[in-house]
Write a new protein. Structure first.
Length: 329
């Protein structure tokens, strides 16, 4: 492990640049005039509903994170301060996963004196089970494409088996052989094992079931937000549209995670626009505008709020100085 002197703003710059570059590039490729026309005729109340659903997602994720922290013995942080830390974490979605988790751990250490490794493991558990929730939503999305059920069902089973195997026998190496064959398991298995070692109490069946349900509800809201975005483009409401929305949303986020690019920015947008074009059989302009509006409602809006918190509380968090440097592995 080593420390880097780059402050938080420099950490998010590559991911933000890539995300904006891809969005602008997609808009140019499908025709700027076409994009402007679609935005001019867009039914904006549906965008407002998408924003509300994204807000609901954030509220549930904050509640789940508070629950995780309380189970780990972190219950003495005032709610207002904890909420400020939660909002400040939004821009970190534009960084590599480990960098973002390290910043959160350092901030929690600064606020509450919690050992960095312990606090990072809490955020890692939160992130891993968010990923599982998104993956399960892809199963719901296959309602529109039943032929995909076996593929997603097998991967879900492997994920659950990995968690219970590591919890029952943390020294087992057999589960880690999955990394040789499945890239997606290579992403999370090492962090999962460390998290179990640091906070075994978070992996009790009852707690996992409750937090998984909360996570599923929160990401269900974002999947539904994509459906409303598409309705705003004039598409007809149907169960097929709902299924496609959840499949495109969840699959795009998973591709972003597997890509290992900062926050999956650029990859998520390309995957989402491509899948919408293919699955809906629509003009690429509709897919691009739908992607841009969805990301604006569910990512960039929160990103902007987080930057505002950085501007107000930057000195306190150490964002604008070397106190905000992060330990990378």
């Amino acid at each position: 492990m080593y420390s880097t002197g780059r402050n938080a703003y420099r950490q998010i710059a590559p991911g933000v640049s890539l995300g904006l570059f891809v969005i602008i590039g997609m808009a140019i490729l499908c025709g700027l005039s076409n994009v402007i026309d679609l935005l001019a005729t867009y039914h904006w109340p549906f965008f407002g509903l998408a924003l509300l659903l994204s807000l609901f997602n954030s509220f549930l994720r904050f509640f789940k994170r508070q629950y995780y922290l309380s189970l780990s013995g972190v219950s003495h942080i005032p709610l207002k301060k904890s909420f400020r830390l939660f909002l400040a974490s939004f821009p970190l979605a534009a960084t590599p996963i480990r960098v973002g988790e390290s910043y959160k751990g350092l901030w929690l250490n600064k606020c509450a004196g919690i050992p960095v490794t312990r606090s990072i493991s809490v955020y890692t558990v939160d992130h891993i089970f968010d990923g599982l929730s998104v993956f399960v939503l892809s199963l719901f999305g296959t309602l529109a494409f039943p032929a995909l059920w076996p593929f997603f069902g097998v991967l879900l089973l492997l994920f659950v088996l990995a968690i219970f195997s590591l919890r029952a026998n943390p020294d087992s190496r057999g589960v880690f052989e999955l990394r040789e064959n499945l890239k997606i398991f290579e992403v999370f298995l090492p962090d999962l094992r460390k998290s179990i070692d640091e906070n075994p109490g978070l992996f009790k069946p009852g707690i996992m079931a409750l937090t998984f349900a909360i996570g599923l509800a929160s990401w269900f809201a974002d999947g539904l937000a994509l459906c409303f975005i598409l309705l705003g483009l004039g598409m007809t409401a149907s169960w097929a549209l709902v299924g496609i929305s959840f499949l495109v949303f969840s699959f795009s986020l998973l591709i972003g995670v597997i890509s290992n690019l900062p926050g999956g920015l650029g990859v998520v947008e390309l995957a989402m626009a491509g899948l919408l074009t293919v699955l809906l059989g629509a003009h690429p302009g509709y897919a691009v505008v739908g992607t841009i509006l969805f990301r604006l409602a569910t990512f960039w809006a929160g990103f902007g709020v987080g930057l505002l918190v950085w501007a107000i509380s930057g000195k306190y968090l150490g964002i604008q100085s070397k106190e905000g440097r992060v330990i990378e592995s």
